[in-house]
Ligand binder design. Structure first.
Ligand code: TNX
Length: 529
């Protein structure tokens, strides 16, 4: 590299100097300086507000986990051996500066910015024979995208709150700020709803020995056990707070009108008279969907009322994907509903359905987000957000029509897909092929959009569907290190990304750390051609 840096009389190549900084996601700007800060059990952290003290206490927990020291927290100024958090009011709450000198580490930023500055600081700490040091740097950092998400499907297989917290810890560490929680599907309902107790008594459990009438669909592994589980409202609230303390908003997803076989098992009257149903132990696009009638809308509104009470997120995800229209075509109730409401056809009915739910959410100050199928049938309310999963087409069309968009194209960001072309060498998976470099190379701003239209791209998200993921270990194997690659797509941005540098200079240290924290990951191979 041609860039040279003069440091304290000696000359270093910039590339060599930068090599030692393994911060993921790579910051917007990072400059090396010669003095080194030494961290020890005399080091103080200065935090003046209650909120920054809360952040510092989380930081202290992580320092304790890693190095078995705890830093004293103080609100009084000190000149030496201090880490100073200074809250400012920038336009972007998430930006920060981190200035490491011999006597002081100074982090400045908005509320979330200070949190991210602390994460970068953690990643900079080096432990050489028990002496903790932080190399001198000046970092100016801010995210490329405001929405940096990961979706976890807890419907196909249930994951405990402890496991969810473990994932959230890592998301926060890599500067993600949205967890999309896929709580309902054909295979299970995972949230306590007080008005509909059968959702957790019945819909949350599947008996994997029942093959049922869709035996041509792909089975999960039939082990003869009753699988399932759910989160009580109290647990969900606790989780929302846990995530919020780490600057992560939890976006709940309640699927309508498709992917509802678990609900219909408990409340068949909400369907189209095609029962009996059972909570599925296999997967595919099911023909069963909710019926368009007032009982269904009352159900959805009652459920969403409780959901909104638990989840403060402005965005509420209502699914909307894969809702075959055959049952609506065949049902006389659905047909008379269509006539009565002067709806053109079954496709327009889904759009009518979506807008009705969207209006309900808007009335309560929330915004609807759904999979890209919600664009079909026309007339989607302008403030509805579209999650583009079947490639980028839906996202491009949505942005052109003035909707905000989250990009989650399956060909790049479906991390339930295989990490090797050699399926036999990998754990059983749904298929596909999304290796690390594919995730890393995704550019969320499609060239087909004008600059103005691109403003509608709020961000990106990786989706982890769990049809074939039944254990914590496998969940982690699929997430790591692809989630780290995504963090650079979401935070660093295409202009500053560099895959070789990512894999050779930043990733190895982060992987070692995952290992120390007992997090499973897939060992990346040399670049996949
Ligand atoms: C499609 S993505 C689905 C999910 C499956 C996933 C498997 C989407 C909105 N629907 O129901 O789990 O494919 O990759």
């Amino acid at each position: 590299m041609a860039l040279l840096l003069i440091l304290g009389g000696s000359t270093y190549s910039f590339a060599q100097q930068v090599e030692t900084f393994s911060i993921i996601p790579k910051p917007a700007s990072i400059q090396a300086k010669s003095p080194v800060f030494k961290l020890n059990n005399q080091t103080q952290i200065i935090a003046k507000s209650e909120d920054t003290r809360k952040m510092v206490s989380l930081f202290n927990d992580l320092i304790w986990d890693r190095y078995k020291i705890r830093l004293a927290v103080s609100s009084l100024d000190a000149a030496k051996n201090v880490i100073i958090l200074e809250e400012t009011t920038p336009t972007n709450q998430e930006e920060y500066t981190l200035d490491v000198n011999k006597d002081q580490v100074v982090i400045k930023g908005g509320n979330a910015g200070l949190f991210y500055g602390l994460q970068s600081l953690l990643q900079l700490i080096e432990n050489v024979d028990g002496q903790l040091t932080v190399p001198g740097v000046l970092i100016n950092d801010k995210p490329e995208f405001g929405y940096r998400g990961v979706m976890i499907d807890v419907a196909r297989h249930f994951f405990t709150l402890d496991q969810m917290k473990k994932i959230v810890d890592q998301m926060a560490y890599f500067k993600f700020n949205r967890l999309h929680w896929h709580l309902t599907d054909d295979q299970g309902w995972r949230l306590e709803i007080k008005k509909y107790p059968k959702l957790t008594e019945v819909s949350a459990w599947r008996d994997s020995t029942i093959i049922g009438r869709y035996s041509d669909f792909k089975p999960f592994i039939y082990d003869g056990e009753k699988h399932g589980g759910y989160y009580t409202q109290e647990e969900a609230r606790e989780f929302v707070k846990y995530a919020a303390d780490r600057k992560i908003t939890v976006i709940p997803e309640i699927e309508v009108p498709g992917h509802n076989t678990a609900v219909l098992t408990a409340y068949p009257e909400l369907g189209n008279g095609t029962g009996p149903y059972h909570v599925l132990g296999y997967w595919g696009v099911m023909p069963t969907i909710l019926g368009p009638n007032e009982a269904t809308f009352k159900f959805i509104e009652d459920v969403l009322t409780e959901v909104m009470d638990i989840f403060p997120s402005e965005l509420i995800h209502i699914g909307g994907d894969e809702a075959p229209k055959d049952e609506w075509k065949a049902s006389s109730v659905a047909q008379s509903f269509i006539k009565k409401n002067k709806i053109k056809d079954e496709h327009e009915l889904q759009s009518w359905f979506t807008n009705r739910v969207g209006e309900f959410l808007n009335k309560h100050g929330r915004r609807l987000i759904g999979w890209d199928e919600i664009l079909e049938g026309g007339g989607l309310a302008e403030n509805a957000i579209v999650m583009s999963w079947r490639g980028e087409k839906g996202g491009i069309a949505a942005a052109q029509a003035g909707h905000d968009v989250i990009m989650t194209p399956n060909s790049y960001l479906y991390i339930d897909y295989l990490q090797s072309k050699d399926a036999a060498s990998e754990p059983l998976s749904i298929g596909g092929f999304v290796p690390l470099d594919k995730v890393y190379g995704y550019n969320p701003r499609p060239g087909a959009l004008t600059q103005d239209e691109q403003k509608h791209i709020l961000g990106v998200q990786a989706n982890l569907w769990t049809e074939y993921i039944a254990t914590d270990n496998k969940l982690e194997y699929m997430l790591f290190p692809r989630m780290l690659a995504l963090s650079e797509v979401a935070w660093t941005g295409t202009a500053r990304q560099n895959y070789d540098e990512f894999t050779t200079q930043r990733l190895p240290e982060r992987l070692q750390e995952l290992e120390r924290q007992h997090i499973n990951y897939r060992i990346p191979e040399a670049k996949v051609e």
